[in-house]
Design a protein around this ligand. Structure first.
Ligand code: SF4
Ligand code: SF4
Length: 387
């Protein structure tokens, strides 16, 4: 266990599924060098198969006795989906691009026009907005943003036979030491959230680094900074004045995802309470009905979800009645900057204690391996699972 733990709270009532977080992360960290298919941050529609496909059915994590559970390595092609390109070049060569160069609208152009250069099979947002339930009276969905949970008990770390994964003492960020990693991929099988990825170009495993070079300088991770819905709070769990501590520990309205996996995740979610009501056969509102089934929320966030939902509803009502609710004010987050409590002075102290130059406290275990070569080894990858 680390001395301190950074954590993130994501308010699912405010996520609009815009993917600004996904793009912020992608452009910052994973748009090249074998990372093209990776989404360290993704936002999936729940219910849905998610990313990678059916990740909740792929094993990993710990059993009740604390032993590692068997897990499966998703296949890049069928479970993540290989990013495709478009045939702009061949259209341009044949002078078939329209006036706005989109590939559409060219006078007299014949099919085929603009199309992907491969058959798409899966992707990070494949089942967007499909959801479940009978349309139009009882259908539902919500967005579920996901990053690595920087778990207190990371099963990726326990699964690695090379001790190539470490948890930083100063903030609990979980990183891969790329010099030690040999690309065995036990970590991928071991992570129940499937939030660690294989880089086929480097033959190394890679994952979300919680933007630690930004964090150390007092800046929030790119996904949180760019969040259009102001859904994400970032701070240290032991910072009693911080929003993260208050939402998790004081009000207990932010809960970990699938805590039954046993890894003690440090991304917490404010559960959705704003789903639409149901309609009866005559099109009349069924009062106090909820479309998102309680058992689904319980499966995701544990039994505590009912207490959290009751607290959120009660505070919302109180706010309507009296105009006051400290919890609602906190969740509204009038100032975006107030959502982040990142202690730059703390990192400076850590650097001093370690005898390192001041910030940035870049961790060279992470950096060095980027240029090293590792010969690929054969690791069984599962075949296509039932769709
Ligand atoms: S979410 Fe997965 S990859 Fe991230 S720390 Fe937990 S077990 Fe490791
Ligand atoms: S940027 Fe914020 S609102 Fe948009 S999808 Fe990501 S978490 Fe949701």
């Amino acid at each position: 266990m680390s001395k301190r733990q950074l954590a993130m709270v994501i308010d699912l009532n405010k996520c609009i599924g815009c993917q600004a977080c996904t793009v912020a992360c992608k452009t910052q960290w994973t748009n090249r060098n074998g990372r093209e298919y990776m989404y360290w941050n993704n936002v999936e529609t729940y219910p849905g198969d998610g990313y990678p496909k059916k990740w909740m059915e792929l094993g990993g994590g710990f059993d009740a006795a604390g032993d590692l559970k068997e897990g499966i390595i998703p296949a890049i092609e069928t479970d993540y989906g290989v990013p495709w390109d478009y045939n702009y070049d061949s259209l341009a060569e044949a002078n078939l691009l329209g006036p706005d160069e989109t590939g559409y609208g060219k006078q007299g152009a014949e099919e085929p026009g603009l199309h992907p250069d491969r058959e798409p099979t899966w992707g990070p947002n494949w089942d967007e907005d499909e959801g479940a339930g009978a349309f139009p009276a009882d259908n539902y969905f919500f967005y579920l943003p996901r990053i690595c949970n920087h778990c207190t008990n990371p099963s990726c770390l326990s699964a690695c036979p090379r001790d190539a994964i470490f948890k930083r003492d100063e903030d609990g960020v979980v990183l891969v030491d790329l010099d030690r990693c040999q690309g065995y991929r036990y970590c991928i099988a071991g992570c129940p959230y499937k939030k660690i990825y294989f880089n086929p170009k480097l033959s190394k495993s890679e994952k979300c680094i919680l933007c630690f070079p930004r964090i150390e300088q007092g800046l929030p991770p790119a996904c949180a900074q760019q969040c259009a819905g102001r859904t994400r709070f970032v701070g240290f769990l032991d910072d009693e004045e911080g929003q993260v501590h208050q939402l998790v520990e004081k009000y207990k309205v932010a809960l970990p995802l699938r805590s039954d996996y046993g890894t003690v995740p440090n991304v917490y979610y404010v559960p959705p309470i704003e789903g639409p009501v149901k309609y009866d056969a005559n099109g009349k509102i069924i009062t106090e009905s909820q479309r998102i089934p309680a058992e689904e929320l319980e499966m995701l966030f544990g039994k505590e979800v009912h207490v959290a939902i009751n607290t959120l509803r009660a505070e919302k009502e109180k706010r309507k009645r009296t105009g006051e609710s400290a919890l609602m004010d906190l969740l509204i987050a009038y100032q975006h900057a107030d959502m982040f409590r990142l202690d730059n002075a703390y990192y400076q102290r850590v650097a001093k204690e370690k005898g390192l130059p001041p910030i940035p406290l870049l961790d060279d275990r992470y950096l060095k391996g980027r240029s090293s070569e590792t010969a690929p080894i054969e690791v069984p990858e599962r075949g296509e699972h039932e769709s």
